[in-house]
Design a protein around this ligand. Sequence first.
Ligand SMILES: Nc1nc2c(ncn2[C@@H]2O[C@H](COP(=O)(O)OP(=O)(O)OP(=O)(O)O)[C@@H](O)[C@H]2O)c(=O)[nH]1
Ligand SMILES: [Zn+2]
Length: 292
Amino acid sequence: MREGRIVRQTSGFYYVDCGGEVFSCRARGLFRKEGVTPLVGDLVRMEETEPGCGFVVEILPRRNNLIRPPVANVDLLLLILSIADPAPNLTVVDKLLAIAEYKGIDVSIVVTKSDLADPSGLCRIYREAGYPVAALNSLSDSPDAIREMIRGKLCVLAGNTGVGKSTLLNAMEPSLTLRTGETSRKLGRGRHTTRVTELFELAGGMIADTPGFSALETAQFERIRKEELELCFREFEPYRTGCRFTGCSHTKEKGCGVLAAVERGEIPLSRHKSYCEMYEEARQIKDWEVVG
Ligand SMILES: Nc1nc2c(ncn2[C@@H]2O[C@H](COP(=O)(O)OP(=O)(O)OP(=O)(O)O)[C@@H](O)[C@H]2O)c(=O)[nH]1
Ligand SMILES: [Zn+2]
């Protein structure tokens, strides 16, 4: 029996890295019966049945997992958005941030295309909320600040098409884009083909490359109960205990501490708007739809 991490998953096969030696494995039927699927990022026990091949027999406890992209034990969600071309969709950004809070995953934000428009207003919103933010022109600036964000962590990259993910990866490690490009071409990016999820080593950390997942899709597939939503907006913390009514939803109540902070400009309007939108969506959710 050996322990390792699943670094790649493709149609029924799991590639388990045990200290640099990679085994191609199938999963024990047991998992199917229990309704669990091994995920890329999982730490597992495996049994070698013939040289280089075997079975995943046990999934070690997960710290967290995302549904789309399907990755477990995520240390960092690296959220990439561009200040222009395409313009950032703050509702999607705030949804992803809330989901990450809910699951206990750290987030760092990278704002690309800083040569096309001034990113300082956008950066301020998220820095003041408590997130690390880096802005750059990926075509000419050094990506060292991004390397620092990734170091030692298992990262999932989230960002919509055209924000400059490949450009950024290419700036950090040219050979990586080459490989991801090959994967995407083979599978037909964006089409409904079987998706390969794979971990790549980068900057002393690991990046999950998940072609075809948009930030919006990631946001849509996760659910948060409305009672827990206020905990997922970091900057509400000092205000949400100052509400007149217990069980205040912070959307329209009189004497709401959060609303008062929004009025005073201490909580950005865009963040509160995203909160209200998510709260309204959460009111429609049935308990059985909430996962994890
Ligand atoms: N001006 C400017 N252009 C950039 C920057 N970063 C990327 N681009 C350009 O934006 C376009 C899209 O970049 P990509 O790296 O392909 O974007 P992507 O996020 O990988 O897009 P998908 O592959 O569709 O997911 C390309 O034409 C890049 O040259 C930047 O910082 N400044
Ligand atoms: Zn309130």
